[in-house]
Design a protein around this ligand. Structure first.
Ligand code: B12
Length: 442
């Protein structure tokens, strides 16, 4: 068989020959991306906010920097993580999952948080090698996460966190047992990554872990070949999940899909890439919280979490200055929101547990609606939230607590049945809208 004709050969080689720049967002978007980076920097400079390793990663993966602010943020992160994880696992007689003496033994492993912190250490300038104890903790969590679910065939936390754990160890060139990697392959193969109908974020995290392990030759050749196929399969799934508006999954999962195209190099050939970048740039106003900005920014700078493994410190311009968030526009007047609580699970004594119209100021968020309902009838309506880097997470309504180990949660929907794409503190209902809090399984 002869060589392919020159034009065909060029076409085949094109992806390898093209400079990486073609995977960066269009020049015209630079101002908007810079403003978003500066806004995240502003939030990172606020000492009243808990440090979040995902925010640090976004600052480090940006093209422009504020080295002093980034250094201070890293120190705050180190303070937060060194205490619970800074000492050895052995010899402490610790019970399962008991990293912090204050934590209850029933609390799940902190696989995802620790993984993000380890990624953050590698993204520092110069990169910091993690203490041995941190790597040991993460490997331990990967095992506990699995066995703790009592062989139900999934991690206690989520495949998203499990994937982050494998990715972080890989970026630090630490091997994991092949069995751990095979669990992820099996989950992807059998379509077990689902959460509320959107699997894009989770499948993307797995694809990043697979690509890292394969590129860094941390697994045998047979498994490496499987990982390559699985990462490609994930890219195909991302492209198939793209809507006519360019969005992949929803607007918040689109950056994760883009990370996969960037990490695998498919950004150079996959038409879905450019369309998804355009969709992201058209919807930048959706990224108004530190957590969502932190997930969008790396790809807006043409980078994925895999780039953490090869950061070059010397070339970082010290040109970014923090920008304060604009205060929300005042909306005069009032609105009424119908608040419904449903418990459709087999053991619930009734489906509809609460249904009433709640008057609130026009600018009220769903959280404000819940607070107004609780103030109106303290005995009929109560709820609890837990602070997370994404904002307040609704954990309990009318005394019914959603339980992680039972994989149920308080899903929030707008009637008749559209799940919200944001949390209670960020969603601002319309006048007359019906909102449903539904105890659901995931
Ligand atoms: C797994 C997951 C869940 C699980 C979490 C339970 C578990 N055991 O892991 C379940 C299914 C319960 C869940 C629920 C929801 N989720 Co969710 N979730 C995720 C996912 C895939 C991974 C989160 C994670 O583990 N991060 C890693 C760890 C280390 O970080 P963490 O901050 O500590 O994670 C905890 C919190 O994030 C919290 N959490 C999970 N989702 C949400 C959403 C909100 C708004 C808040 C405040 C907290 C929160 O649970 C995590 C585990 O403890 C992310 C994907 C992503 N791109 O981030 C979406 C994601 C965070 N979820 C999202 C949404 C919209 C929701 C819901 C509001 C959906 C709904 N309509 O009901 C609800 C939350 C409702 C409530 N009760 O307040 C969006 C948030 C977008 C935004 N604008 O901020 C994301 C980004 C998915 C997406 N692409 O749309 N989620």
């Amino acid at each position: 068989m002869g060589l392919p004709p020159v034009p065909l050969l060029l076409l085949l080689l094109l992806p390898a020959l093209l400079p990486a720049r073609c995977c960066e967002p269009p020049e015209g978007s630079a101002g908007a991306v810079r403003a978003l980076s500066a806004r995240l920097l502003g939030l990172a400079g606020d000492p009243t906010r808990d440090p979040d390793p995902a925010v640090y990663l976004a600052l480090r993966l940006a093209r422009e920097h504020d080295p002093r602010l980034e250094q201070r943020y890293l120190e705050r992160l180190q303070d937060a993580f060194q205490r619970p994880f800074g000492r050895s696992l052995q010899g402490h007689g610790r019970s399962r999952w008991d990293a912090e003496s204050s934590r209850s033994a029933a609390e799940p492993p902190q696989t995802g948080r620790l993984a993000l912190y380890l990624l953050g250490l590698q993204a520092a300038c110069p990169p910091l090698s993690p203490q041995r104890s941190l790597v040991t903790w993460l490997k331990y969590y990967l095992e506990e996460d699995w066995t703790g679910s009592r062989q139900q065939g999934h991690p206690i936390t989520s495949y998203y966190q499990y994937g982050l754990g494998v990715l972080a160890l890989c970026v630090h060139r630490k091997r994991v047992r092949e069995e751990v990697v095979r669990r992820l392959l099996t989950a992807q193969h059998h379509g077990k990554l689902g959460h509320g109908g959107n699997t894009v974020d989770t499948e993307a995290v797995l694809a990043l872990a697979f690509t890292c392990l394969e590129r860094r030759r941390l697994v045998g050749t047979e498994l490496a070949a499987k990982l390559r196929v699985a990462a490609h399969e994930a890219s195909r799934n991302m492209a198939k999940a793209q809507g006519p508006d360019g969005i992949i999954g929803n607007i918040y999962s689109t950056p994760w899909a883009l990370q996969v195209f960037l990490a695998t190099g498919e950004c150079q050939t996959e038409p879905a890439f450019g369309q998804a970048v355009a969709a992201l740039l058209e919807n930048l106003e959706a990224f108004g919280t530190a957590a969502t900005m932190a997930q969008a920014l790396p790809v807006l700078h043409g980078r994925s979490y895999l780039d953490i493994a090869s950061m070059r410190c010397g070339e970082e311009p010290d040109t970014l200055t923090p920008l304060d968030m604009e205060p929300l526009a005042e909306v005069p007047g009032n609105k009424k929101v119908q608040l419904v609580v449903e418990c459709p699970l087999p053991w619930c004594y009734e489906l509809r547990l609460y249904d009433r119209l709640v008057p609130v100021p026009a600018a009220a968020s769903l959280l404000d609606v819940l607070q107004a309902a609780a103030a109106l009838e303290p005995r009929d309506f109560r709820f609890h939230t837990q602070d997370t880097p994404q904002g307040p997470f609704l954990t309990e309504v009318l005394g019914l607590e959603a339980r992680q180990e039972k994989r149920n949660y308080w899903q929030i929907l707008t009637a008749p049945s559209t799940p919200l794409q944001m949390g209670i503190a960020d969603y601002r209902p319309q006048d007359g809208e019906t909102l449903i809090l539904r105890l659901s399984e995931w």
